[in-house]
Design a protein around this ligand. Structure first.
Ligand code: UD1
Length: 338
């Protein structure tokens, strides 16, 4: 049984990926600093899979603790999620982001080289494309100047991986996510934003649950069919499955190059107002929302060309946006005891 370390494994995407790895027969070890995750998530994973992964609370910025973990634990591959991800916070506190997202990556990679761990999956983002010149976006689209320190850390992380793969026998895949939404169908795990949600779907479900007065739709005067921004919303369970497939590709030596990148999206662009109306349909309730000014830094329209992932990984999404919204709503109702 191959052992996979999932950093940030109690977070939103990490926890769903841990479940998919366990279901696929891997042994899972989780590191998380609990800065943006709850320890209870471990029990959620256990209730779904029947297995409680080995867990260690480690802050990856503490190099000695990272070294110590790898002296005590043997792993065959790493899926690295642990990172800070709030765009606004990164603008206000850039050094936190450079330390949290970049130092940690170099410490982990040093351990990979030291302990001959050759397989590394990295959690990247479509944010590296900025506002692309052409839609849908292929992996060959140029990486544009980052809009935020957060986005910059994703670009620099990819460069760190490119250089390390070139210089060593590390094999790595960066997965560029579009907009992950939804929750595990069991409602045992899901997204748990701290404070006021910045992302669209948690804001919608919290509004429907009565925690927020109204959703603010950021702009209806964009050059799109209904005037609101367009994104590619992907079910987190589909996204999690792609991580397992990417890792298997490395384990089975099926990769064409030491470093590869893949877009993970549905290929379908959907506007904010379309998400609102799809949510109203699946939840059976009217959502209170108002149109407000554009949010600074938002790009107009972003959606993936998914053909590379389809062709090379044999992966494409199976679940719909409606499935995702339904599961997100089921999760919100469960955690609010509704
Ligand atoms: C962005 C990044 C993504 C990153 C994520 C981290 C891009 C294209 N995407 O996602 O890579 O991982 O931040 O948080 O840069 N909206 C509202 N009202 C709200 C919240 C959002 O109208 O209360 C709208 C936004 O204007 C946007 C859409 O909903 O059009 C999605 O927003 P959000 O969920 O925050 O994700 P992105 O900004 O697309």
């Amino acid at each position: 049984m191959k052992k996979v370390l999932v950093t940030g494994g109690l977070g939103y995407i990490g926890s769903h990926t841990a479940v998919e790895l366990l279901d696929a027969g891997y042994e899972v070890l989780i590191i998380d600093d609990l800065s943006n995750a709850e320890l209870d998530v471990l029990e959620g994973i256990e209730r779904i899979t029947g297995t409680k992964p080995h867990f260690e609370k480690i802050d990856l910025r503490i190099k000695d603790d990272v070294e110590d973990f790898f002296l005590r634990n043997e792993v065959d591959g790493i899926i690295h999620f642990a990172a800070s991800k709030a765009v606004g916070e990164s603008v206000a506190n850039p050094l936190l982001y450079y330390e949290n997202n970049l130092h940690t990556l170099t410490y982990l990679l040093q351990q990979c080289l030291k302990h001959e761990i050759h397989h590394f999956i990295f959690s990247s983002s479509c944010t590296v494309y900025g506002q692309p010149d052409e839609l849908p976006i292929t992996e060959d689209a140029p990486v544009k100047a980052a809009y935020s320190p957060y986005g910059n850390t994703k670009q620099i992380s990819e460069e760190i991986l490119v250089d390390t793969c070139k210089a060593t026998d590390l094999q790595s895949i960066s997965l560029r996510y579009f907009n992950p939404i939804g929750a595990h169908d069991s409602a045992e795990i899901g997204e748990l934003p701290i404070g006021t949600p910045q992302n669209l779907v948690p804001f919608i479900t919290q509004t429907a649950a009565g925690l927020r007065e109204a959703l603010s739709v950021f702009g209806d005067d964009y050059p799109t069919p209904d005037g609101s921004c367009i994104r590619d919303y992907i079910h987190v369970v589909d996204l999690a499955e792609a991580h397992v497939i990417a890792l298997q590709r490395l384990f089975n030596k099926q990769n064409d190059a030491g470093y590869e990148v893949y877009n993970l999206g549905t290929g379908r662009g959907c506007s904010v107002l379309e998400v609102v109306s799809a949510f109203e349909k699946v939840s059976g309730q009217k959502l209170n929302y108002k149109i407000v000014a554009r949010r600074p830094g938002d790009v107009i329209s972003v959606y993936a060309d998914t053909s590379k992932a389809k062709e090379m990984l044999g992966w494409s999404t199976k679940l719909t946006m409606e499935d995702a919204l339904e599961s997100a709503w089921k999760w919100e109702k469960k955690i609010r005891n509704l």
